[in-house]
Design a binder for this molecule. Sequence first.
Ligand code: ADP
Length: 170
Amino acid sequence: MNSKDNKSMGKDFGVTPPPRGRGWGKGAVLFPGSFDPFTLGHADIVKRALGLFDSVLIAVGYNEQKSSWMPVEERVATIKKLYADEPRVSVESYTGLTADFAVAHGVAVIVRGVRTMADYEYEIQMADVNRQLSGIETILLPASSQLTSLSSSLVRELSRFGHDVSEYLP
Ligand code: ADP
């Protein structure tokens, strides 16, 4: 089959395939979330994203209308401290649309974690909206098996009832 046939079958994708192996995900990736609080599950996504991209920008989202468990400044400070020795990780707070924040910071890819089918359904909708808003692509990393039940809300709930939650936090 010649290239003309390929085109007529809609197979002219018009893109050069990315190089294999190291380098395909060069550049920065944005990891947005509430991180209220930042758990071992989040840290696992950051670690794995660092294996795929040059740097990770952790964007701590907040909503002035909604109260959070931990003030946004405290969430940012805690995460910054965790990665104080990792120059490839930076942390910022933001409010408003993630797509706008990504464009303002020149980041073209978002990374998110997926634990369950419910996460997946939510994430594919967000990914589609963000792509339509600004052309940004989202990659979804499946949660590591030992962390699939861990969520910030679980940590908040356990903590509320006086349970020691340190084993869930990095
Ligand atoms: P949001 O409120 O935006 O969902 P979260 O802080 O709850 O923010 O989560 C941020 C991202 O981290 C989401 O993609 C979520 O699915 C992912 N995540 C949370 N916990 C885990 C975990 N245990 N393993 C993998 N990914 C996780």
